[in-house]
Design a protein around this ligand. Structure first.
Ligand code: PRP
Length: 207
C-alpha cells in the first residue's frame, strides 16, 4: 500500500485531475466534503492542510505528497522533491509600495510582514539585511498598506492583489509550482512502486 498526503485548497482540483488520469483514484471533492482519508485500490490518500503535507511525509505516515514549493521551502523538512508537477506556477517575492521605490534597501532594520517567516528570514540573511519579521496569516498586503511593515514577502500569482493595493514586486526570491515529494526511507523500501508513480506523473507533465 502507498500512502499520499495531498494538499486541500488551491492545488486540490489539479492534483485530483492528475490522479484520475493516472487511474490511481477516482476522487472528487465537493466544497462541503468532510472526508480526510480516502482509499482506492492499493492507495490511501490523506487530505491535509497544505502546510502539514511535509510533516506527514517526513514522519513516514505518508510515502508521497503533493504540495507547493512555497510550503516545501517554508517547512524545511528532510524530504525529497522528486518532481516538478508544472502547475500552480507563481513566484515568491519581496513586495512594497510603488511610491516607496527602492527605499526598503536602505532601511537598517526592515519590517517584513509574511506568512513565510522562514523563507523571508533566509532571504534577507543571505543579503545581510537586518529584519524584524512580522508573521501574518493572510491578507499580507495589508502590512505596507497599513504601515505595519515596510515590505512583505508573499506569493504573487496574477499580480492583481498587489496592483489593487498600490504595491509592486521589488525582488523575485523563488519560482514556485506544485511538487511531488517523497519520504526518504520509502524511496528505498518502496522503490519499485514509487518509481512507477513518478514515471506516470512525468508522462502527464510532458503532455
Ligand atoms: C495569495 C497570496 C496573495 C495572493 C496573490 O493569497 O498570499 O495575497 O494570493 O495572488 P494574485 O497575485 O493572483 O493576486 P490567498 O488568496 O491564498 O489568501 P490570503 O491572503 O488570505 O492568504
Amino acid at each position: 500500500m502507498l500512502t499520499f498526503a495531498l494538499s486541500k485548497g488551491r492545488l486540490a482540483d489539479k492534483i485530483l485531475d492528475m490522479l484520475r488520469k493516472l487511474n490511481l483514484c477516482d476522487l472528487t471533492i465537493e466544497d462541503d466534503d468532510r472526508r480526510l482519508v480516502v482509499e482506492s485500490g492499493n492507495y490511501r490518500f490523506y487530505l491535509a492542510k497544505p502546510s502539514d503535507v511535509p510533516t506527514f511525509v517526513d514522519s513516514g505516515v505518508a510515502d508521497l505528497g503533493v504540495v507547493g514549493k512555497d510550503t516545501v521551502l517554508e517547512e524545511n523538512r528532510d524530504i525529497t522533491q522528486v518532481l516538478d508537477l508544472g502547475f500552480g506556477k507563481c513566484r515568491m517575492c519581496v513586495c512594497g509600495k510603488v511610491s516607496d521605490g527602492d527605499k526598503y534597501k536602505y532601511i537598517s532594520n526592515l519590517r517584513v510582514a509574511t506568512k513565510y517567516p522562514h523563507i523571508a528570514k533566509e532571504y534577507f540573511d543571505s543579503i545581510d539585511q537586518n529584519t524584524t519579521i512580522i508573521k501574518l496569516n493572510g491578507s499580507v498586503e495589508l502590512g505596507p498598506v497599513s504601515g505595519l511593515s515596510d515590505v512583505i514577502v508573499d506569493i504573487v500569482e496574477s499580480g492583481r492583489t498587489l496592483k489593487e493595493n498600490g504595491l509592486e514586486v521589488k525582488e523575485v526570491i523563488h519560482d514556485l509550482s506544485a511538487r511531488l515529494v517523497a519520504n526518504n526511507a520509502s524511496l528505498k523500501t518502496k522503490y519499485d512502486e514509487i518509481s512507477e508513480i513518478i514515471k506516470g506523473f512525468e508522462k502527464l507533465v510532458k503532455e
